[in-house]
Design a protein around this ligand. Sequence first.
Ligand code: UDP
Length: 329
Amino acid sequence: MNVLVVGGAGYIGSHCVNQLLTAGHRPVVVDNLIFGHRDAIPAGVPFHEVNLGDRPAMVEILREEKIDIVMHFAAFAYVGESVTNPLKYYRNNVGATLELLQAMFEAGVSKFIFSSTCATFGVVEKLPITEDLPQAPINPYGQSKLDIEHVLRDLTHAHNFSAAIFRYFNAAGAAEDGSIGEDHDPETHLIPLCIDAATGARGALKVFGRDYPTPDGTCLRDYVHVDDLSRAHIAVFEKLETPRTLVDYNLGTGRPSSVLEVINAVEKVTGLKVPCDDAERREGDPPSLYADSKKAMKELNWQPKFDTIEAIVESAWGWHKDHPKGYDL
Ligand code: UDP
């Protein structure tokens, strides 16, 4: 398959490019390099430095590269920023995505895979989170993703168009060969921050709240390896062969880890101490979030290969220890 990976120079997109190559497909990357890294794209993979909202340019790429499937990873994803600057999030995550979908219609490309998020569920009343729970996001980031989910529902109803929606839990880890990994600016994610605190690349880790109603008082999250996420995107190809199909899957391991468990795993894997300070709860953090991924397991025959927090941290460490400044060596 010729697969257009929009946001293919970013964290999850670049790992998906790797997995597509491994599976024998032909990835083509589009990225505007605002958050993406040129060095995350393997040599030989066609790359177009274009904004996904640039419809004429996207139509040309879709036609010239004879694209069969579009995967869309390019989005702004800072929850706090989405609250203070919602228009930025709706313009990019919704507005530009609509342009991309329009470009696909103009170019006659009818298969789409969309990166969504567990943030579309908002505050859940039931755990683990199954696909059929009500979706009520509590911030513009989650809402912007849910808006596109609704657009996809309507498009697959109205047209010979098929789409898959993946809702990620906490994407983590790095390529097993240590060639690519996580490099966000600013970095807000727990595992890279723990590793940086351990190596001294940053100051002590702030533990956001130790008074949550969880076994050790810190938040529980479902950390899922980025290569496992990527493999699900390829496993769904067959489903998209049937026009007017819409499928949705929550992707996590179903085994949550607390902040303190992540810190312990980082200490165990690195052999270094993670200096920590207690801090106030971070606004908007629910106590506990974890996935029920049985649907993906059953329908896609998907199984996370990285099934412990130590294995995930180990792969993250493989990247960070050789790239302490990420892609800026
Ligand atoms: N967290 C923390 N200190 C940090 C960053 C994160 O205690 O410096 C906690 C955060 O409160 C949450 C968990 O780690 O409970 C995972 O946060 P992250 O930002 O990695 O992902 P999120 O779950 O917010 O998508």
